[in-house]
Design a protein around this ligand. Sequence first.
Ligand code: SAM
Length: 300
Amino acid sequence: MSISIPSSAKPFLKWAGGKTQLIGEIEKRLPANFANGGYTYIEPFVGSGAVLFWMLSTYPNIKRAVINDVNEDLIGTYKAIAANAKELIGTLGAIQENYYSFGDNQQKKAEYYYKIRDDFNSRSKDKVTHAALFIFLNRTCFNGLYRVNRNNEFNVPMGAYKKPTICDSANIIAVSNILKKVDILCGDFEQTEQYASSESLFYFDPPYKPLNSTSSFNAYAKTDFNDHQQVRLKHFCSALDAKGYQWMLSNSDVRTSPNSSSFFDELYAQFNISRVKATRRINSNAQKRGELNELLITNY
Ligand SMILES: C[S@@+](CC[C@H](N)C(=O)[O-])C[C@H]1O[C@@H](n2cnc3c(N)ncnc32)[C@H](O)[C@@H]1O
C-alpha cells in the first residue's frame, strides 16, 4: 500500500542539526531506482524530521516508513500528533492565547514560561498535554535548544521572541496525516534493523562529532553520543551493508576543523564519502555560524 500525503507537512519543532538545507545534496545521492517506489524508508535519528517530511511528500510511492529517536519527549510528541492531533491543537492553542495575552510584559511571559517548564519537568500530565508543553517550550525557549540535566529536567531559559508561532494548526494536521502511515519507535538506533525489508534505505543523521571541544552541541539526550557511539554506528552500518540494505549517513567534516582529524575518512574508508557545503544552524557563538563542509556517506 502506498502512502498518500499532503505536501505541506514540515517540521513542527526547531531542532539542532535540522537538515532542511542539506536536502538538495541528499536528493542527488538517493539510490538510482528510489523514485520507482517500493522502498522501506528508515530514519533512526529522526529529530525534527526535516528529511522525513520532505521524503514522504516527494516520494509518495515509498512503501513503508519507520522513524526512531532515543529522546522520549520528542517521540511522545510524534505519537501524540499522530493519534490525537485535534486534542493537542486545543491544548496548545489555549497555551498560545495565554502567552500572547501578556503582550510585551516580559515578566508575565517569563513567569508563564517557567511555570510551564516546571509542569513539563514534573512529568505528571497526560501524554497529549505533555506534548503540548514540549512544543510550547521548543517554540519559546532560547534558540529552540533542547537540553536536559542529569535528572532529565529541561533547563533551557526563555528566549527573546516577540510573538513566536506556537500552535501551527494546519501543519499539525498535515503532520498527523503523514504520521498515520509511519511506524514511530523510541530507543537506540540499532532497534530499527528488524524493520528493514529487501528494498530498504536508511538515512542516518546522528548527533554530529564536534569540530572542537567548544563547538560541541550534541546534548539532545541524557547520554552523550561520543566517539565510541560513532564507531558503534559504523559497525551497524557495515552489518546493514552485509545484508544488502542501502544507507546514507551525514556527519560533520572533522577534517576541516582546527584540530584536523581523519576520523570519518578512516572509519568509512570502504564506503563512498562526499563533502558538501552546509550552514550550521545552532552555534552558541553567532560569529562562528557560517559555511562548513559536511559529510554525506553512502554504501551504494
Ligand atoms: C542531528 S539530530 C537529527 C536531526 C534531524 N535530521 C533533523 O532534521 O532534525 C540527532 C538525533 O539523534 C538522537 N539520538 C541520540 N542518540 C541516539 C541513539 N543512540 N539512538 C537513536 N537516536 C539518538 C537525538 O535525540 C537527536 O534527535
